[in-house]
Design a protein around this ligand. Structure first.
Ligand SMILES: [Zn+2]
Length: 361
């Protein structure tokens, strides 16, 4: 997570605390105007608190009795105050300060210096936003994988079925997540034809790591090179483009989807090398997904990238038929349902009747 984002979150805490305090002052004013005795009691309590310190300083020997005496008086006043509030039907915690998070009192940190859960959650939320993933993650995560969607027919060249293969891939991906914090140089390169679940698997990994508070950036290679170009050649919004650019190097996990769809030239070659190499040197992990075979990758990218970088990636091959077409068949049922639902609404609205839908097989 970059410093600017953390600073923004901490500033938002400051604002929350200011607001909580000013809201309390407003509520106090409101109560004081209607029940002046309450203001007198509050004044007395704070005066007692101040004089207590002075008394203890002047009579250190009698410290204990002075404190007990003051405490009793304060309790008495508080009881009186409660009685009055009750009498005028003021809600119980109306004169307490109201924080969003009572654990850290909107400071983001607990007394022992650890981050409060509310702070961790905000970091995760920011990470989701920055990762470009928030929309699809609800439907695509390890718990939504259905191996039965994959054929169990053995593919001779692979000597296994797509179903066996995907189960193996899931276990590779789950170990990747489990060992993510280990310094084990594990990077993944997913390859195989379109629609075999590569992006789905990237999303599963991203979701698991985001939930653990890691910053994951997901970009198609096309968009990634656009970000790099923006940063290097254009002066649009400097602050944002610099952040976006730096995130490619600094994020905990970078997922580059669809590598090979961009126009490969000496610029993209050297930038790709720079990003992957810097990440490797800093022990940051990367996942690449591509429709190209390792051989085609070698042809598309300069040899130094291929040998020095891709060497550090575990090659994961996706096999089978395009799932998007398979899914479409299953999806048809929902499509028909939606179709009927939509037209039943329309029918109500326009009294359109006798609508029939015949399924094409
Ligand atoms: Zn908190």
């Amino acid at each position: 997570m970059n410093e600017v984002t953390i600073r923004d979150i901490l500033t938002s805490y400051e604002r929350k605390r200011d607001k909580a305090e000013s809201d309390l002052e407003m509520r106090k004013k409101d109560v004081y105007s209607q029940i002046p005795e309450i203001e007198e009691i509050d004044d007395e309590i704070s005066k007692l608190g101040l004089s207590l310190a002075k008394l203890v300083l002047l009579n250190p020997k009698d410290k204990e009795s002075i404190v007990i005496d003051a405490q009793n008086k304060i309790n008495e006043l508080k009881e009186k105050k409660e009685y009055l509030l009750d009498k005028f039907k003021v809600p119980k915690k109306y004169l307490d300060i109201q924080y969003d998070c009572n654990l850290c009192k909107d400071r983001g940190f607990l007394k022992n210096g650890n981050k409060c859960n509310c702070f961790k959650q905000q970091i995760i939320n920011e990470a989701y936003k920055m990762s470009n993933l928030s929309r699809m993650l609800d439907s695509q995560n390890f718990s939504t994988i259905d191996p039965s969607m994959f054929s169990d027919e053995i593919i001779p060249e692979a000597n296994m079925s797509p179903q066996q293969s995907i189960l193996e891939i899931v276990s590779i991906c789950e170990s990747f997540v489990l060992d993510f914090d280990k310094d084990n140089d594990e990077n993944l390169l997913f390859y195989g034809d379109t629609g075999l679940g590569k992006t789905f698997m990237c999303n599963c990994i991203a979701k698991s790591l985001l939930d653990k508070g890691h910053l994951v950036i997901y970009q198609t290679s096309f968009k990634m090179f656009e970000i790099i170009e923006d940063y290097k050649f254009k002066n649009t919004d400097e602050h944002i483009s610099k952040d976006n650019y730096n995130n490619l190097f600094e994020c905990d996990l970078l997922i580059i989807d669809d590598l090979g769809t961009e126009l490969a030239n000496s610029f993209t070659n050297s930038e790709l090398f720079n990003i992957l190499n810097t990440r490797l040197l800093n022990g940051k992990k990367t996942i690449i997904s591509t429709n190209l075979t390792p051989l085609q990758l070698g042809e598309a990218y300069a040899q130094r990238i291929f040998s020095r970088i891709f060497d550090k990636f575990r090659m994961v091959k996706f096999i089978g038929k395009d799932l998007r077409w398979e899914q479409k068949k299953v999806g048809d049922k929902y499509y028909i349902f939606y179709f009927f639902y939509y037209f039943s609404l329309k029918a109500k609205k326009f009294s359109c009747t006798n609508f029939k839908y015949k399924k094409n097989s």
